[in-house]
Design a protein. Sequence first.
Lengths: 85, 186
Amino acid sequence: MDELEAIEALARQARLEEPSVGSVRSRVMSHLRPPRTVRVGPLSLFAAASALAASIVLAVGMWLWLTGSDPMAELCAPVQVGLLW
Amino acid sequence: MANTDRDDIQAALAGDDDAFARIVERYEPQVAKLMWRFSRDRTTCEELMQDVFVEAYLSLETYRGRAPFLHWLRRIGTRVGYRFWKRQQRQRRHVPLSDADLPAAPAAPSDPAAAGRVLEVLLSQLKPPERLVLTLQYLEQCSVKEIARRTGWTAGMVKMRAYRARKKLRRIARTGRLLERYEWTS
């Protein structure tokens, strides 16, 4: 027997093989179907409220920083003594 | 084309996903059998099957209905499998066939899975175009005309590739002492 005849004999046997694979139907369909739309209403509302609160805190913080006196400077400043009488 | 196929294709084109699910269910066994020729790994084979059906869905509009739907699917499957082999070839270096590559001779002389494994090792030594021609010839029993139709190559090119591939395969089988190893094939 020649090598190619042996390979053909192998192929005859291999043709009878049943593949051991599962169904791909659900995977195919989930790949093709567009993803479900997620309700973003409550989430976006919460995000907007958080952003607003953060902006307010930032604005107040900046105002205090720019207008307020330096507590360290006040600590080191000489005590003003004045006669009350 | 069967009426059920025609109805399901038209419904799928109209947006009915369940119709395409029925098509997948109907042709899954045949597509599985074809893609098993390209990869004997269960996970990879399932991925290839998925690719075939997704590609079929995306190009469903181009199906003219002149040939049976299964023929069209097989053509897509051949393309998907061939692409997979080419990708695989780019990622790994060629490993020459050594004694360790060939699986041990199976106990049962008529074990199709064992025969499939041996054949896969032998054919994987060829370049993707040659491997494709011989895989389609040996395992899918395709004629030259059918291979040309599935691959888009000319019949002359298929014949030439088959001739070269057989010559190479004989040399590989001789190097691997195939006849001595697998006496049961005779």
